[in-house]
Design a binder for this molecule. Sequence first.
Ligand SMILES: Nc1ncnc2c1ncn2[C@@H]1O[C@H](COP(=O)(O)OP(=O)(O)O)[C@@H](O)[C@H]1O
Ligand SMILES: [Mg+2]
Length: 250
Amino acid sequence: MTVVTTASRTAARVQDAVKVYGSGDTAVRALDGVSVGFPAGRFTAIMGPSGSGKSTLMHCAAGLDTLTSGAAYIGDTDLGALDDRRLTLLRRDRIGFVFQAFNLVPTLTVAENITLPLDLAGSRGDAEWIDALVDVVGLRDRLHHRPAELSGGQQQRVAVARAFAGRPDVVFADEPTGNLDSRSGEEVLGLLGRAVRQMERTVVMVTHDPVAAAHADEVVFLADGRLVDRMESPTADKVLDRLKAFEVPS
Ligand SMILES: Nc1ncnc2c1ncn2[C@@H]1O[C@H](COP(=O)(O)OP(=O)(O)O)[C@@H](O)[C@H]1O
Ligand SMILES: [Mg+2]
């Protein structure tokens, strides 16, 4: 009998990831040989100074951008082996995204925004799952409102529900609290944590905020395009101390 535990699976990973933007004198080595795995059923934060390659790592791991060399996998699927059409389908069916900008469709209601990826895929989705999700994000009484009638925090909660609607293998979030006040930010971060712990989801979040990173199970640190450290059970203070070590006296 084979026993597969959630904790032992890797939802996404990159191997020897190199990303160079541009060429010649102006080339920027945004990723300089990163190997890192993001375990299923866990909330991982990617941290590091501005320009350290956090967004690039997330975009390449999520199939939004391609590596210059090395490999990126979602589960066992090698993204480099997929043509554009298959990559688009993989992003649609197996990955959820949350960005700093909420990217909701203004003419659709909250309910319609949440199920938009499923509707585009021609899938009815899992009604029970969506229903549970609406409660987790606390939007039951806002389902028929339009985004403009919601606060920023509520809009981002819609975006979080949309990211999880299709039960993706992994949800990637890039600075999801970057446009929110600290209270709304805390709500969104609490939500991501609950999705992982209560609904067995996998989240990979880019942030430069130690308070945000403290919501994760583990933090991976980038500096100058390299993976320099990992920290289990982070606290804001421990993360801040670790980040201070990157600061170069000027
Ligand atoms: N599209 C791009 N073209 C050229 N350089 C880029 C591009 N995107 C990012 N970079 C550069 O790559 C490095 C890493 O950027 P990024 O991954 O956005 O860092 P972070 O998210 O940690 O702030 C930076 O030096 C940035 O200027
Ligand atoms: Mg970034």
